[in-house]
Design a protein around this ligand. Structure first.
Ligand code: SF4
Ligand code: MSK
Length: 642
């Protein structure tokens, strides 16, 4: 890893301005804040006031808490709590979407419509809700209610568990890992990890697996589906990314956070002729909307709204002096934004009833009056345009193609009448595509911004690995120009041939952090299509989060492993203190659930391990020798189906 703060020239340009002006950002604060090595490695317990206990002694006594908790127990408990926090963040997002859908169905949130009726019916079918002869509102009310019930469900199985391959469902049942209810699993994790409850590392980590599944196949998957129902399943569209998307002569509104309910309305408000006229009267040429983090991904995937950048761009966007309002909801929002905003004219506006920031203006969002609220917020930005001081927008933007929902991938591969994953499975079986890698996750100022994402992706493409992306990694790839069809040039010959035939780029943007659930759906569809085993753990696929920082990233990694996937996380391991917990996450989980999580801080090693794993899976499937392309007739196709 390099010593540079970022490989993005726009970030470096803004950082030199921030430095010259003495503006503190995460990039500068990281130099003054050394991580506590005890906490970083998972060896600190502060679960009761007999401690905190720091289990760093050389002998057994030094590795035992006052209550007698061992290093293994403490490290496992810490990880389980990280997973529970991540699962609650994604799932609470899903809960909000369910409540919005019900309000829309009841006619109480008139700013929204049910845009994707086909998806509504597909979800209803999966939930066992009748659709025949019913209005979309009635179906939506039942879907929203059933979704909401998943959170408080006390027993049985979450409804989306049935979407997983049969073998996987049976495995979860066999080990008692099937999630019962979203909230129940999170609460049980917190209970079991409090002082004096669950004190067996493997048993604690089993609950971490179950809690993560409650998000992956529950809260997160619901968030994705319900958002698609309300705002439409994404389809490919072109847009732009990086700080250069801000406009000098227009009112710039930046939306940041995770939830799409307000930002979708802000998209509409920014195009409202009355407000555009108002902006012109104030001396601006128009209203320009851009996003940061996953709110950006939500409106990018569905509306083509430009992304001003990923996680570490949030403060830099304000340093440009061109952001008239930054509107935030929940998750991944630096408290430091308030101080940076004070150095400029920018209005920082918090909107969620769950999140206030000292020093910011709070305009609480209410879905029942969503459009009016969005107009008020945009008006605040317009009124602020004339207060701008010095403006410096770095001249960097890249074009990108986003909007690959799993539905669209199926359509893209098989065509309108025979939507199917068959061509992808065939390409993997023939060896044209070595396998699939999901590169996901955050930025982290402890490593060079975007370096891990880009260097790993570049090598995997050259090795014929199809790359799917979400979250801030996806924005990183977009900023560096990797999400356009021309990037086929970076792909190996086999991958390139497939991409050319299908007409798809070799790097697919699948959406926001909750949309990692789309990766689970794609993997299940690949298994169902046949020829690549009968469980997700058989598919040559790897998940990678090179620059992760959030609890949500650990939770995603855990549900991918629990679903049978191999996950490589960059950076420091939060379980490094315990060799036993490190072993359980790797060998232990691989033996139990077929997937595993490993922390590897060298990018080249991540690439090497990925390629090695894909070959290992191919060998197990008996497809490790490249075959010539063969046109399959129906009889041969039937033989393939297991
Ligand atoms: Fe120490 Fe045990 Fe209390 Fe943790 S729970 S702080 S290990 S005494
Ligand atoms: S926003 S969780 S920094 S990906 Fe989803 Fe980005 Fe990570 Fe937040």
């Amino acid at each position: 890893m390099g010593n540079k703060k970022s490989i993005d020239p726009a970030a470096l340009e803004m950082l030199s301005i921030a430095e010259a002006k003495g503006i503190s950002t995460a990039f500068s604060r990281v130099d003054n804040m050394k991580p506590c090595p005890i906490g970083a490695d998972g060896a600190c317990c502060k679960n009761c006031s007999m401690g905190p206990c720091r289990l760093v002694g050389k002998d057994e006594a030094g590795k035992t808490g006052i209550c007698g908790a061992t290093l293994e127990t403490v490290t496992a408990r810490n990880l389980a709590r990280i997973v529970a926090a991540g699962a609650s963040a994604h799932s609470d997002h899903g809960r909000d979407m369910a409540q919005t859908l019900i309000a829309v169905a009841n006619g109480e949130a008139r700013s929204y419509q049910i845009k994707d009726v086909a998806k509504l019916k597909a979800v209803a079918r999966d939930m066992g809700i009748p659709t025949e002869g019913r209005s979309k509102e009635d179906i939506a009310r039942d879907v929203g209610t059933k979704a909401l019930m998943s959170f408080g469900q006390q027993s049985g199985e979450l409804v989306y568990v049935s979407r997983a391959p049969k073998k996987r469902q049976e495995l979860w049942r066999r080990f008692g890992l099937t999630p019962r209810g979203v909230d129940r699993e999170v609460v049980e994790s917190l209970h079991r990890t409090s002082i004096g409850v669950d004190q067996d590392a493997e048993h604690i980590l089993d609950q971490a697996l179950r809690t993560s599944l409650a998000s992956g196949w529950g809260g997160s998957m619901l968030a994705t589906d319900l958002t698609d129902i309300l705002f439409g399943a994404p389809k490919p569209l072109t847009a732009q990314a990086n700080l250069g998307v801000l406009k000098k002569d227009e009112v710039n509104v930046v939306v940041h956070g995770h939830e799409p309910t307000l930002s979708e309305m802000i998209v509409a408000a920014s195009q409202d002729p009355e407000l555009v006229e108002y902006a012109k009267n104030k001396g601006a040429k128009g209203i320009n909307l851009a996003g940061i983090c996953c709110t950006a991904n939500e409106v990018l995937m569905r509306q083509g709204v430009a992304s001003a950048g990923n996680f570490l761009h949030q403060e830099l966007a304000i340093v440009t002096g061109a952001v008239d309002a930054m509107v935030v909801d929940v998750q991944c929002i630096f408290q430091g934004l308030a101080k940076v905003a004070q150095t400029q004219h920018t209005k920082l506006i918090t909107t969620s009833p769950k999140a206030k920031i000292t020093g910011a203006t709070h305009m609480q969002f209410d879905e029942h009056h969503a459009y009016e609220m969005a107009k008020e917020i945009v008006k605040v930005a317009i009124d602020n345009f004339q207060n701008r001081g010095e403006v410096h927008i770095p001249d960097y933007t890249s074009d990108l193609v986003a909007g690959f929902s799993h539905e669209y991938i199926e359509y893209m591969l098989g065509g309108r009448y025979r939507a199917s994953f068959r061509p992808l499975n065939d390409a993997i079986m023939q060896g044209r595509i070595l396998g699939v890698a999901g590169i996901v996750g955050c930025n982290n100022p402890r490593v060079t911004q975007d370096e891990g994402t880009i260097s790993i992706m570049r090598q995997l493409l050259a090795n014929n690995v199809l790359v799917v992306m979400t979250g801030c990694s996806a924005i990183g790839a977009g900023k560096h120009g990797f999400m356009v069809p021309e990037m086929m040039e970076q792909a190996g010959a086999g991958l390139r041939e497939v991409c050319e035939a299908v007409g798809m780029p070799p790097v697919l943007h699948l959406g926001s952090c909750v949309d990692n659930s789309r990766i689970l759906t794609v993997l299940s569809a690949i298994v169902k299509e046949g020829g690549l085993g009968d469980d997700i753990s058989d598919v040559p696929a790897v998940g990678i989060a090179p620059e992760w920082m959030s609890e949500k990233a650990i939770e995603i990694a855990t549900y991918v492993a629990a679903s049978g996937g191999y996950v490589l996380m960059g950076g420091r391991s939060p379980v490094k203190a315990s060799a036993e917990v490190t072993r359980i996450l790797s060998e232990g989980w691989e033996k139990k659930v077929g997937g595993k999580v490993e922390f590897v801080d060298d990018y080249q090693e991540i690439v090497d391990k990925t390629i090695e794993h894909l070959h290992k899976k191919r060998k197990a499937l008996g497809i490790d020798v490249a075959k010539e392309r063969e046109l399959f007739d129906m009889e041969k196709r039937r033989e393939l189906v297991v």
